[in-house]
Design a protein. Structure first.
Length: 347
């Protein structure tokens, strides 16, 4: 009997070591309000990958001082848990830089990844690593990424790293990275750190030939990350859902949503197969004040009317699947997305 306490401690210790922290995949459809989702669903003959999620919540997107947020303030809120002013990245309303969920995960030994259909220095991806007072300080943001510890990043914006006012070539300074220039090179790469600039500037719309497809990039990234011993944090942005709605161009928005929806399905399939993967899909805000005004479901046709070329203040949905997904049901500020992801890191 005197060995039982030791045996209990040994078993508890081994059990604790075998407990694996969850992978976290945060997917942000920029500007993707409920009407964008509804339009995309009906255009796809009444089906969307989002129907496979377990829980749905609602996020209040406002900035610290304005009802209508921009992507920088909302991205910062989700990434760090702090409301801030529009155009500000990674810095709270008291002018204090704040640690993002990506940085918290990195400190816990996670592998980290950022993938966007915009430039990698655009507001949403930048909110996970940059601390700048203005979102258009692209060269400063690029410098901060070059000094950061993001293990894998994919997006446009190469020019901000190589055609700089300070004459530095940040790519040549990022010695730990292997930089690839095609999806074939990306697929073959076995490097620990990978950078993939898909375009020199902002990538074009999908309907104008953007490639590679987001779902292919994400699928390959998931394969690479899942082969590592460490858990991973990945943020994926469908950036141009927003741009289509800014243009009040329903066709543009729908094509971007459809690609994002296919990517969601890839991620959901991975989470179902892999297990221990928390998937959150949400938006930073709604764009365009879109009203779904008609259509024919059997033909995948929808009609929509936009009320603004800017953002709106409507709440946006939050879909969750996997371990601790139930944390994300209910109605809450967008800052709570950070808090809930942090809670999910606790065994």
């Amino acid at each position: 009997m005197r060995f039982l306490p030791f045996l209990f401690l040994f078993v508890f210790s081994v059990y604790g070591q075998n407990q694996k922290q969850p992978n976290i995949i945060l997917m942000i459809g920029d500007g993707m309000g409920l009407t964008q989702i509804s339009s995309g669903m009906y255009a796809n003959k009444n089906a969307t990958a989002l129907e496979g999620f377990e829980f749905v919540g609602l996020s209040k997107t406002h900035a610290i001082d304005q009802l209508i947020t921009d992507s920088a303030a909302s991205g910062t809120a989700m990434a760090t848990g702090y409301k801030t002013y529009n155009k500000v990245l990674g810095i709270d309303s008291q002018n204090q830089p704040q640690k993002s969920i990506l940085e918290h995960c990195d400190a816990l030994g996670y592998t980290t990844a950022l993938i966007a259909t915009s430039s990698i220095v655009h507001a949403t991806p930048a909110s996970f690593y940059a601390k700048v007072p203005l979102r258009d300080q692209y060269q400063d943001i690029a410098l901060q990424l070059s000094e950061h510890n993001v293990d894998l990043f994919i997006g446009g914006g190469k020019k901000h790293f190589v055609s700089r006012e300070d004459k530095r070539n940040l790519i040549s300074e990022m010695n730990e990275y292997e930089f690839v220039s095609s999806i074939r090179e990306f697929e073959k790469s076995t490097a620990d750190k990978i950078g993939y600039f898909t375009y020199n500037d902002e990538p074009p719309p999908l309907k104008e030939g953007r490639s590679p497809y987001l779902e292919s990039l994400v699928d390959m990234s998931l394969q690479k990350l899942s082969q590592k011993e460490a858990p991973f944090f990945m943020m994926i942005e469908g950036s141009q859902i927003d741009w289509g709605s800014h243009d009040n161009n329903l066709e543009y928005m729908l094509s971007e949503f459809e690609e994002f929806d296919r990517t969601i399905q890839k991620v959901l399939d991975f989470a179902n197969k892999q297990g221990n993967t928390l998937v959150i899909v949400t938006a930073d805000h709604e764009t365009g004040g879109l009203n779904l005004s008609g259509g024919i479901i059997s033909e995948g046709r929808v009609k929509g009317i936009y009320s603004t070329k800017g953002h709106s203040a409507t709440m946006v949905p939050v879909f969750s699947f996997g371990p601790k997904a139930s944390l994300f049901k209910g109605i809450y500020d967008n800052t709570a997305i950070f808090v809930k992801m942090k809670q999910a890191l606790t065994p």
